[in-house]
Design a protein around this ligand. Structure first.
Ligand code: FAS
Ligand code: PHB
Length: 390
């Protein structure tokens, strides 16, 4: 088989890239080691930047997002028993974010890919990129015990943090930057109305808490927890009691609880692989970088990577210019590192660290005090949260 671009990974970045390439008449085959149900069963991101919303529209997959998504013009920081609204729209000249679950975004992209009849191979085993630093890249995989070989012009490694693409790059050719945080997030999904109409990021002596949502009847909550904790150690009652403890009283009293149907713990890390291009192989999204979800940037960085790579590939095929693909890594990394900084800053400001001393505590309090009393400080937060320009 031969195609123009092989995309490894049918998550948000792979599917979004596939849709955009198809609209530009560029053929791509997507391979994923998992099946659709597994991919759709993962509970991940919930907040879309304007740029991501725009790319979904450009990909022809944004219709349901505009009907079921929740446009938000602000969010609250809660500390010392009070909450302080960050008015994103006022601070950024009218911008906001769209609350719409990654699961639904992925579902919409899968559906659109089926509509256009583009080729996606699920349950592809032992996917391997080859000769990407040479002139004839190809990808091999196995399906139902049969080995397959796909010749291509380019390979997009959209296979996430644990994927095969980054690991296929010789160690001497890649530089890793990493910071592991000494805590995780325990996430819970329940079909109960959200405690607030917008998100609440809470800094509390007992630890960080986040109140989010998937719709007006489905809530998504997170609690900072120790790395050695297990989801099964947290009954629903224990989770709800601890969430109430970490919220200001008026929110704690208003909290509607109910049975959870998803509970999981995610570790937090900052991770960047440089560069993001190796000959004919491009790393995209979580394959190249990971951020703590405090800044709601992971999924949105995958989208901006796709924007840069799509622009480069379209320029290559339509204008026979390599300028865009040659600039991909530098352009993507410039935005990645600003989002990594923002995610690190939000995480450092809002979480309790095991080694937080009295001085660090005072710095956190000063940071929050400055943010809620200075328009300039709040503007910096707001413009990063809605998403910096591509
Ligand atoms: P993905 O990991 O989504 O997709 C990679 C795909 O590649 C998967 O379908 C996988 O099956 C496939 N694959 C992997 N290895 C392969 C192989 N060897 N061969 C073939 N296919 C292979 N981001 C936010 O913005 N907000 C959040 O709240 C948030 N919460 C998160 C919680 C958790 C537990 C995790 C892990 C991540 C979270 N993220 C969050 C980040 C997350 O949303 C990612 O940024 C997003 O999934 C990135 O999309 P992709 O780059 O497509 O990678
Ligand atoms: C979510 O709804 O899952 C979510 C929202 C904002 C974040 C992280 C996660 O910063």
């Amino acid at each position: 088989m031969r195609t123009q671009v092989v995309i490894i990974g049918s998550g948000p970045s792979g599917l979004l890239l596939g849709q955009l390439l198809a609209k530009a008449g560029i053929e791509a085959v997507i391979l994923d080691r998992a099946g659709k149900d597994y991919i759709l069963g993962r509970v991940r991101a919930g907040v879309l930047e304007n740029g991501t919303v725009g790319l979904m529209d450009e990909a022809g997959a944004g219709a349901r997002m505009h009907v079921e998504g929740l446009p938000h013009g602000g969010f609250s920081l809660a500390f010392d028993g009070r909450d302080h609204r960050i008015d994103l729209a006022d601070l950024t000249g009218g911008k906001g974010v769209m609350v719409y679950g990654q699961t639904e975004l992925t579902r919409d992209l899968m559906q659109q890919r089926e509509v256009i009849g583009a080729k996606t191979i699920y349950d592809a085993a032992n996917v391997r990129p080859h000769d990407f630093d040479g002139r004839s890249p190809y990808v091999t995989y196995e399906a139902e015990g049969v080995s397959h070989h796909i010749d291509c012009d380019f390979i997009a490694g959209c296979d996430g943090f644990h994927g095969v693409s980054r690991k296929a790059v010789p160690e001497k050719s890649i530089t890793i930057f990493e910071k592991v945080y000494p805590f995780g997030w325990l996430g819970l999904l329940a079909d109960v109305p959200p405690v607030n109409h917008e998100l609440i990021y809470a800094n509390h002596p007992g630890g960080f808490a986040l109140c989010s949502m998937r719709s007006e009847s489905r809530s998504r909550y997170y609690l900072q927890c120790a790395l050695d904790e297990r989801g099964e150690d947290w009954s629903d009652d224990r989770f709800w009691d601890e969430l109430r403890r970490r919220l200001p009283a008026h929110h704690a009293e208003a909290l509607v609880t109910g049975p959870s149907f998803e509970k999981s713990i995610a570790p937090l890390r900052s991770f960047v692989a440089e560069p993001m291009r190796f000959g004919k192989l491009f790393l995209v999204g979580d394959a190249a970088h990971i951020v703590p979800p405090t800044g709601a940037k992971g999924l949105n960085l995958a989208a901006s990577d796709v924007h840069y790579l799509y622009a480069g590939l379209r320029e290559y095929y339509q204008e026979r210019s390599s300028a865009g693909i040659d600039a991909y890594s530098a352009r993507a990394l410039s935005r990645v590192w600003k989002a990594v900084r923002f995610s690190w800053w939000m995480t450092t400001m809002l979480h309790r660290f095991p080694d937080t001393g009295a001085f660090d505590q005072k710095i956190q309090e000063a940071e929050l005090d400055y943010l809620t009393h200075s328009r300039a400080a709040a503007t910096v937060l707001a413009e990063n949260y809605v998403g910096l320009a591509y």
